[in-house]
Design a binder for this molecule. Sequence first.
Ligand SMILES: O=C(CO)[C@@H](O)[C@H](O)[C@H](O)[C@H](O)COP(=O)(O)O
Ligand SMILES: [Zn+2]
Length: 196
Amino acid sequence: MTLQDRVLFQFTANAATNHDTLMRLGDLIEAAGSRLAHCLLNDGKILACGNGGSAAQAQHFTSELINRYERDRPGLPAISLTTDSSALTSIANDYRFDEVFAKQIRALGHADDILVVYTTSGNSASILGAVTAAHDRDMSVLALNGRDGGALAPLLRETDLELRVPAEVTARIQEAHLLITHCLCDLIDQQLFGEE
Ligand SMILES: O=C(CO)[C@@H](O)[C@H](O)[C@H](O)[C@H](O)COP(=O)(O)O
Ligand SMILES: [Zn+2]
């Protein structure tokens, strides 16, 4: 394969995954947008977490809620659990890395809040810990997941929502997660602030 072929391959695979994701998850993405909008309209807040590239996705989402997505509007309450290096390093240092998000959720989470987790494998221990902590706080969970759902899928409750991208490659799943995230921002703005 030439280098140009490699570029073409990635773009083609991305388009195919995004199409498959729309076909499989279109209705669930709408439901997730409504669930998040309802949470924000009822004084809830959104907590988000993930590891590696998915940590970037989590803080990407919360920054667009706190500041803005495409339009000028009031900031919305959202906290990324991936950005406080003192909290993260002390929890990992004093306890275990698995606890880095769970301990923050136990400190910050309320029953009206929603935890949004990003994972491509569904197997990251810190994400499993986060979901357990959210359930302990009676919070519901929106899981952006991938592959076969991993250990996360059976941990989710009926009151949670799972958006499992139908793909096996981490990069493709992350790219679909970003597209879903922008859909969620658009759906939230539409429901809270109406037509532009
Ligand atoms: O961004 C990438 C790969 O594209 C990596 O940083 C990736 O996010 C990390 O390996 C994560 O630790 C993977 O975690 P997960 O998606 O399995 O929960
Ligand atoms: Zn964005």
